[in-house]
Design a protein around this ligand. Structure first.
Ligand SMILES: O=C(O)C(=O)C[C@@H](O)[C@H](O)[C@H](O)COP(=O)(O)O
Length: 356
């Protein structure tokens, strides 16, 4: 098992990565929370069917209440958030209760926001069940969506620990693997040319990822994430670099309709566009055609779906959290591992989208 210590201004906490880490949750709770009254497990329909029983078995000595959200981004609505809080209140959770997020990024984001706001904040623990969650479960960005934008209502609220049990990833469908792996590629591109080199020369088939490759990809990705989050927990500076590919990616995800196209697949298109602009605006020297060939071979789309309106994408990009006074800000790369934030003109972006 690997343990990665995350350091932030508000909290330091461990991320345990390995096979069977689920077994360690009970002893961790007993040791760190001797006055714990009740566990509030938040999960989704699919994950509940696959892993809830196993979790309940290892947590048998504890009193638990379970809330099951709809799958994917549908978990991140006001209605589901309200229902989760109502369940917590009806079941008399209190300030000594702990939220456990069993699921992927959406469940983690919802659970973290429930934990951050229930009685002004109770502890929570992330139990990720997807590759994508190596990114979302670490760093404390918790949120729900607003019809006008993704993650618009939320908080920076760190978990007490993250238990990443690689056993739970064995049931992941390929689309989910692809979604999560896009964030691994992002971490490499923004921070580590050697890691990027390793990924692009070793990973050519996501269907047959070996455990060592997966484990290295996740632990490396989490360490990179820690580098940014430890310097800038509340995204006033370098943390924005973790948003590489997200300016267009979030807009595509929203325009496709949440849940119709995965987060990582949208981000991959956003990264290809950001790489192209990095070459044009910042003189990045990068073999983009080879990159496109590699990721298309992994099953990613690299073009904006035809039916989307480019004008609407630009409007959505202006609502991005990095925008200042409606001016779009993109994360570009000057080199692999050297990101920069740059203001861009929206008419210019529209033109470049037309020729993308
Ligand atoms: O942790 C961060 O910071 C990130 O930006 C990581 C992103 O990959 C992640 O999708 C994040 O939730 C996006 O945050 P947002 O502030 O753009 O909604």
């Amino acid at each position: 098992m690997d343990t990665i210590q995350i350091h932030t201004k508000s909290k330091n906490y461990p991320v345990f990565v390995g096979e069977g880490t689920l077994q360690d949750i009970g002893p961790f709770l007993t040791h760190h929370f001797p006055k714990l009254t009740k566990l509030f497990i938040i999960t989704d329909e699919t994950v509940a069917g696959l892993h809830l029983e196993k979790l309940l078995t290892v947590l048998e000595p504890f009193k638990t209440t379970v809330f099951t959200a709809p799958k994917g981004e549908k978990a991140k609505t006001f209605e589901v958030y309200y229902n989760a809080l109502s369940t917590a209140l009806e079941n008399r959770l209190d300030r000594k209760s702990i939220v456990l997020a069993l699921g992927g990024g959406a469940v983690g984001d919802l659970s973290g926001f429930v934990a951050a706001s229930f009685m002004r904040g109770i502890p929570f623990i992330q139990i990720p069940t997807t590759i994508l969650a190596h990114d979302s479960a670490v760093g404390g960005k918790v949120a729900i969506n607003h019809p006008l934008g993704k993650n618009m209502i939320g908080a920076f609220y760190q978990p007490e620990a993250v238990f990443y049990d690689l056993e739970l990833l064995k049931t992941l469908p390929i689309q989910e693997i692809r979604s999560g792996f896009a964030e691994v590629i992002k971490h490499a591109l923004i921070n580590d040319a050697y890691f990027y080199q390793w990924l692009s020369s070793n990973i050519d088939d996501l269907n047959s990822l070996k455990l060592e490759e997966l484990s290295k990809s996740l632990t490396k990705g989490i360490r990179i994430k820690n580098e940014f989050v430890s310097q800038d927990e509340r995204e006033t500076g370098v943390r924005a670099f973790l948003n590489f590919g997200h300016t267009l990616g979030h807009a595509i995800e929203a325009e496709m309709g949440y849940g119709n196209f995965t987060h990582g697949e949208s981000i991959m298109i956003g990264m290809v566009f950001a790489l192209k602009l990095s070459i044009e605006y910042r003189g990045l020297s990068f073999p983009l055609p080879e990159f496109i060939q590699w990721v298309e071979g992994l099953g990613y789309q690299t073009k904006i779906p035809d039916h989307l309106s480019l004008e609407k994408l630009v409007t959505k990009m202006k609502q991005d959290k990095k925008s200042i006074g409606e001016t779009i800000h993109f994360v570009f790369l000057e080199e692999i591992g050297k990101p920069v934030l740059q203001e861009v003109n929206d008419a210019d972006i529209l033109e470049r989208l037309k020729s993308f």
